[in-house]
Design a protein around this ligand. Structure first.
Ligand code: ADP
Ligand code: MG
Length: 240
């Protein structure tokens, strides 16, 4: 019986015969802010892309809210994903960037207007709705990308290293904003980073990944105090 909101069962992924995820078993509870952390190349983005339906499952299962979604189209999974490169349309205003996906889904216009108003208020984008992405700072662009995800009103948020392109100061600010957003909406979130500090400061649940598998799952302090193995201890800088 599925208890978790996002659940992976013996999930495997191969590219051209080479297996890069070796049987992931993981449960993310409803409303959690889970941070998936691990070195570059360990398969974090692949796992997120599979969750979003942007990459096929080789074997195993992905369940969302108790429903097996392996063969559910990306747009019907109730998921919104925020990428590292903001992937905004350069020739469209902030407002059009935010509404484009909803228009494609034939969402009624009054609903689109409501949702954009709400997202703009939450993300402090109100005065910027008419601007082009080129007229915004990096942090503002990332907010637009988040706004676009927010207007979809997803059941699950996926973030793939959303702050990597920002400078250190802005990164700290945006961490707090993303956490505040989660406090407010309580949307189940999987946040990917290779930054240990980001993981320890943002997560309810830390998932440490290494060599294409999951090493340990737990609350930040519990993992830090009781690392399951040497890799986790060294990666998180736990005291010896
Ligand atoms: P991370 O996000 O943790 O840095 P990725 O999920 O991007 O890791 O990549 C995991 C592994 O899968 C890497 O070895 C990468 O080269 C490989 N990989 C990712 N996408 C593809 C692809 N489309 N084709 C072949 N190999 C891929
Ligand atoms: Mg990645």
């Amino acid at each position: 019986m599925a208890e978790g909101y996002v659940e992976y069962r013996n999930l495997r992924k191969s590219f051209g015969g080479l297996e890069i995820l070796h049987g992931v078993d993981l449960t993310i509870p409803e409303g959690a802010f889970a941070v998936l952390v691990g070195p570059s190349g360990c398969g974090k983005s692949t796992l997120l892309r599979m969750t979003a339906g942007l990459e096929d499952v080789t074997s195993g299962e992905i369940n969302i809210a108790g429903r097996m979604v392996n063969n559910v189209h990306a747009k019907n999974r109730g998921i919104a994903m925020v990428f590292q490169s903001y992937a905004l349309y350069p020739h469209m205003s902030v407002e059009d960037n935010m509404s484009f996906g909803l228009k494609m889904r034939k969402t009624p216009l009054h609903l689109i207007t409501d949702r954009i108003k709400r997202a703009a208020a939450i993300l402090k984008l109100g005065p910027m709705l008419d601007r082009l992405p080129s007229q915004l700072s990096g942090g503002q662009r990332q907010r637009v990308a988040m706004g676009r995800a927010l207007t979809r009103e997803p059941e699950v948020f996926l973030f793939d290293e959303p702050l990597s392109n920002l400078d250190a100061k802005l990164r700290v600010e945006m961490r707090a904003e993303i956490k505040a957003l989660h406090q407010r909406l309580k949307t189940t979130t999987i946040y990917v980073t290779h930054d240990q500090i980001e993981a320890m400061t943002m997560a309810d649940l830390v998932v440490v990944m290494h060599d294409d598998r999951i090493e340990q799952v737990g609350e930040p302090l519990a993992i830090y105090d009781r690392p399951a193995n040497l890799f986790v201890a060294e990666f998180l800088g736990s005291p010896a």
